[in-house]
Design a binder for this molecule. Structure first.
Ligand code: ZN
Ligand code: ZN
Length: 340
């Protein structure tokens, strides 16, 4: 099969011919139709994350927003048939037995395997996946539309759920990229009043199309004052999807008393947090790392009902390197999906 392979960290990907994987017991073989490109792919390929660098498989096929059709079943697989339309997320495997798996928090499983990191991902013609961690796709979602929901959509869905966003609240989404533009729609679906915050006017325009009620350009001086004014005291919840330290600092200055900061975007350097501000505001800080299979099921159902739609740009697989480069330069709007 054709695959786009990372041979060494921080080196360009190479398109080459490699053997097609064979599904083992409990596994399925999927003919890949589309695969989203996530910021994590960029960081993984660059070896930028200390926690994942030592467990990143090399050579590696990146990609953890994979959609396609099942073409072969391993022994013991009864829940799928050949021809089923499916998606494969970041969590390739979780043990189902540890304290976290048993508590419904499998994203914390210590035995987890990660698609496109510890095992090969979807930048290829075929992908081998665990049947237990493969999701059926709703019929009314195309492969390319569904792909970004498997990581970007899932992660922000989990963040909003963990932050306990509910109808009538004012919710600010910092960063209107692949994750942020989905977060806006999901927060609207929960009945929140949504403020979109970004540095780029083109991205704020996308936020408007996604249903944001207010747009705030964070480069304006005193963005935190504007947020407080627009919300009568600050947003109840702020979800930061950008990896910018300045975004986190502004978010903490803007939050409503008793409000919740949801950490999604990962800043390369530590952020300054005033414990005085935390205590006096009784702020809550929560974090979301992708989501569970249950969360994925819920987000796919919302998409099937038309509540969330990803702004996608499709590109041929051969352009994987260019896409990663453009992502690094912040030139992508919405989500790029590679199509075979
Ligand atoms: Zn991702
Ligand atoms: Zn576990």
């Amino acid at each position: 099969m054709k695959a786009v392979v990372l041979h060494a960290l921080a080196e360009p990907l190479v398109t080459e011919e490699i053997p097609t994987p064979l599904p083992g017991t409990g596994e399925v073989l999927i003919k890949v139709a589309a695969c989203g490109v996530c910021h994590s792919d960029l960081h993984l390929a660059g070896g930028e994350w200390d926690l994942l660098k030592p467990i990143t498989k090399l050579p590696l096929i990146l990609g953890h927003e994979v959609t396609g059709t099942i073409t072969a079943l391993g022994e013991g697989v009864t829940e799928f048939q050949i021809g089923d339309r499916v998606g494969v997320p970041w969590l390739h495997y979780t043990c189902g037995e540890c304290e976290f798996c048993l508590a419904g928090r499998e994203t914390l499983c210590g035995k987890q395997q990660i698609t496109g990191c510890t095992v090969d991902g979807g930048f290829a013609e075929y992908l081998k996946a665990k049947a237990s961690h493969t999701a059926k796709l709703p019929d009314n979602l195309s492969f390319a539309e569904a792909a970004p929901l498997l990581c970007a959509g899932l992660t922000v869905y989990n963040a909003l759920k963990t932050a306990e966003v509910h109808a009538g609240q004012k919710v600010a989404i910092f960063g209107v990229g692949g994750l942020g533009h989905l977060a806006i729609q999901l927060a609207k679906a929960k009945g929140a009043e949504v403020l979109a915050v970004d540095v780029a006017d083109a991205k704020l325009q996308l936020a408007r199309e996604c249903g944001a009620d207010h747009l705030v350009n964070i480069t304006a001086t005193q963005a935190h004052k504007e947020l407080k004014k627009l919300t009568g005291g600050g947003p109840h919840v702020i979800v930061v999807t950008s990896g910018s330290r300045a975004a986190y600092e502004t978010a903490l200055r803007s939050l409503r008393r008793g409000g919740t900061l949801a950490v999604v975007g990962m800043a390369p350097e530590p952020i300054n947090v005033s414990t005085v501000a935390l205590v006096s505001g009784e702020f809550r800080i929560v974090a979301a790392a992708v989501g569970t299979r249950q969360d994925l099921h819920e987000v796919l159902a919302l998409a099937a009902a038309g509540k969330v739609k990803c702004h996608i740009e499709t590109r041929p697989f051969a352009q994987a390197n260019n896409v990663l480069q453009e992502m690094q330069q912040g030139r992508l709007l919405g989500r790029v999906v590679l199509e075979l």
